[in-house]
Each structure stands twice: as C-alpha cells, then as structure tokens.
Design a protein around this ligand. Structure first.
Ligand SMILES: Nc1ncnc2c1ncn2[C@@H]1O[C@H](COP(=O)(O)OP(=O)(O)O)[C@@H](O)[C@H]1O
Ligand SMILES: CC(=O)N[C@@H](CCC(=O)OP(=O)(O)O)C(=O)O
Length: 298
C-alpha cells in the first residue's frame, strides 16, 4: 500500500467524513440556525470565504440559515479616522450622535454589504437588512445597572434595548430561498436609530425564530477559564461565578448573557466557537467534533 501524507486523506477517509454529516443534515433539515459573525472573526480574507461557503452549504442542504453580523473593530477603524476612540461600559459602546452615524454607516453599509457580497459570491442568495427594514427590530434606550449602586442607572447614549422583533420579514425571505444578513441596528417608536450589541440581536432573533441552534463565532477558542483553558460546557452557576470573579469580562459579558438567555428561552443548543478556525461552522454543525463552548440552560 502506498503511504498517505499525514495532511492528505485517502478517498475512504474523505467519504467517511462526508457520511458523518448525514445524521446532522437529517436532524437540522428545515430547522433554523442563527449564526452570529463577530467583527473580530471577519479579519482574514480566506477565513471570510470559508465562512461564506459554509453558510451556503448549510442553506443548500436545507437549513434556514440566518446571519447576524457585528463589526466592532471595523467601527473602531472609522472612528479613528474622524479622531474618536470607542469607549465601552459592560461590553456596550458608549454611543453619542456622531458615533451613531459612524456605527450605522459601518454596520448597515460597509460590513453588511461585504457579508452579503461574500455569500452571494459563494453561490448563495443573501439579502442585507438592518432593524429599520420593515421596522423589524424595535428598540428603546438601554440603561445599564450600576453594580455598586442599584438605584443608579448608567446612560450609554443611543444604545438600544430590544422591545420587539417581527419575524415575518425573515420568514418571507426564507420562503424565497434567501439568506437574511442582519446588521444590529434597531429603530425606536419615533424613528430613532439605536446601536445594539450584535450578540444580543443574534440571541433574541434565535429566540423569536425558535431556532434549533445559535452559533456565535468569535476570536477565542470559546469561553476560557482563569488559566486560559477552554471550557467545553458551561452552566448558569459557573457563568455567575466567572462574572463575579472577573474571569468573564469585556465583550464576553453581553455574549455569554445573550447565549444563556437564548438557551433558557427555548433555543435547543447554543455555542460560542472560534471563527479563526477554517470551516468552524461546518465542524460545529455537521460533524461529531463539537468545537468551542456549549452554553447549558441549567
Ligand atoms: N473568559 C473569557 N474567555 C474568552 N474570552 C474572553 C473571556 N473574558 C473576556 N473575553 C474577551 O472577549 C472577547 C470576545 O468578545 P468580542 O471582542 O466582543 O468579540 P466579537 O467581536 O466576536 O463579538 C475575546 O476576544 C476576549 O478578549
Ligand atoms: C452597543 C454596542 O456595543 N454595539 C456594537 C455593535 C457591533 C458589535 O456588536 O460588533 P461585534 O460583534 O464585532 O463586537 C458596537 O458598537 O461595537
């Protein structure tokens, strides 16, 4: 028998991997999978193309894929060009009127169209939306709790707290074979524009659509413990402890909060995975090798 280089699979091995996908394709056929594509995971061109191909493949084998994207680092780049630096409180960007303009330009424009274009180039039919389209993400001003003084609330500007999501627009797109690509911008009752954390939007959309899975792609292997080791499954109790002792911080706070809310509110499985790994999405959904951290509801 001829030797096979370690990095090349035999035809039998390749076939075995493809066959492994069958039970997952059957299980998730016709089901909704919400994918949050973090701004930190969309920095490398090759990885971006892998992501787009994964989304198209999942759609073509019959899953209703909904993409919600972020764009934190991309917002930061444009803010720097106008001489501003972002400030975050509890993982939320402090959003004054000028920052809101930049956020809407970047999320609703540049990043949204980039993701749409990538997916379409990979053979899908993606349609970009913000919450203003059909008023489908309604929001009101978010006030953050002050841990030191519960009576006091922190004002972070035009940051939105979701009040309502209308799933019908997504349903129409899905029935036409389109892949919705959603920028995390909400609209207030008087037409105000709100900046919403993308993890929060992804979590709420997954809940409203009664999604089978919510997958959050980011730039860490998953949730890490104090020693930097990956935690493959995490419970609400562990989350509370890790928030209290500061092991979970920054952008991970809204991410884990939304993930837990989604898991508690009916989304069957919720995962935080490493978007820097090629085809991380396919590995998570179509193989026996779960990657990253699964968030448990209890
Ligand atoms: N315990 C933790 N495990 C993993 N990442 C953490 C943890 N605590 C804080 N983080 C930070 O959260 C970041 C991910 O959140 P964020 O920067 O908002 O990413 P994204 O753009 O993908 O939403 C990580 O890059 C890391 O710096
Ligand atoms: C209120 C708030 O913080 N909004 C986020 C929206 C983008 C986002 O969430 O992007 P990532 O997923 O790449 O972090 C922001 O302005 O950065």
């Amino acid at each position: 028998m001829t030797a096979t280089p370690a990095d090349k699979l035999t035809p039998a091995q390749e076939a075995a991997i493809l066959a492994e996908a069958l039970p997952y394709i059957k299980r998730f056929h016709g089901k909704t999978i919400v994918v949050k594509y973090g701004g930190n995971a969309m920095t490398d061109e090759h990885l971006k193309q892998c992501f787009a191909r994964d989304v198209v493949l999942l759609k073509l084998v019959g899953m209703n894929v909904v993409v919600v994207h972020g764009g934190g680092p991309q917002i930061e780049n444009l803010l720097a060009r106008v001489g501003k630096k972002g400030e975050f409180i509890q993982g939320m960007r402090v959003t004054d009127a000028e920052t809101m303009e930049v956020v809407e330009m970047v999320l609703g424009g540049q990043v949204n169209k980039d993701v749409v274009n990538l997916i379409n180039h990979a053979g899908g039919k993606a349609v970009g939306l913000t919450g203003k389209d059909g008023n489908f993400i309604r929001a009101q001003k978010l006030l953050l709790p002050n841990k030191d003084n519960p009576a006091d609330l922190i004002d972070v500007g035009q940051v939105g707290d979701i009040t309502q999501i209308d799933p019908s627009l997504i349903g129409h797109l899905e029935s036409g074979g389109f892949i919705p690509v959603i920028a995390p911008i909400g609209v207030g009752k008087d037409g105000e524009t709100y900046n919403i954390n993308a993890d929060v939007v992804a979590g709420k959309i997954a809940e409203v659509l009664k999604a089978e899975k919510l997958v959050l792609l980011t730039n860490t292997p998953g949730v890490l413990d104090q020693k930097g080791k990956l935690i493959t499954g995490i419970t609400p109790k562990q989350i509370d402890e890790m928030v209290d002792d500061g092991t979970l911080s920054g952008g991970m706070l809204p991410k884990i909060g939304s993930a837990l809310d989604a898991a508690k509110n009916g989304v069957k499985s919720v995962h935080i995975i490493d978007g820097r790994v090629e085809h991380a999405l396919l590995l998570e959904i179509l193989t026996d090798h779960g990657v990253g951290t699964m968030i448990k509801s209890h």
